[in-house]
Unconditional design. Structure first.
Length: 134
């Protein structure tokens, strides 16, 4: 593990998919990311829309709520199992209510990290940075 941080150029270049079925929560996350120097976002409100984007776009980071209107955020990783996309995708699950079964399910899917809602921009930045320092 290294303590190197993402450069401002690297942050701006990352393509981030933010998936949350609560529009205000999604917007807050995107706004925080923007203030932290990230600039390339795609927003989705559910599993079906997000899986299309994950298959079509070269996404570097997936930030997804666990509980979505049409499934679980962990379903996104299950649907990508066995594809090249899953190998390079870094994932951060956010939730206000994590159940043990959801946690275990996401570990099975190789979820990279978790962040409990509500969270601060500093906590979000720390989690995202940690995904690239491992």
């Amino acid at each position: 593990m290294t303590d190197e941080k993402l450069t401002p150029e690297a942050k701006a270049a990352l393509k981030i998919l933010v998936v949350d079925d609560v529009p205000s929560a999604r917007k807050i996350t995107v706004r925080m990311l923007g203030k932290l120097g990230f600039a390339n976002f795609i927003e989705c409100d559910g599993v079906q829309d997000a899986i299309v984007r994950l298959k079509e776009d070269p996404i570097d980071l997936l930030i997804a709520d666990i509980h979505l209107k049409d499934g679980l955020g962990t379903d996104l990783l299950k649907l990508l199992e066995g594809t090249d996309r899953l190998q390079s995708l870094r994932t951060l699950f956010v939730t206000s209510d994590i159940q043990k079964k959801d946690f275990l399910s996401s570990l099975h899917c190789r979820a990279t990290s978790f962040l409990m809602k509500p969270y601060s921009a500093a906590a979000l930045d720390e989690k995202v940075e940690s995904l690239w320092s491992n």
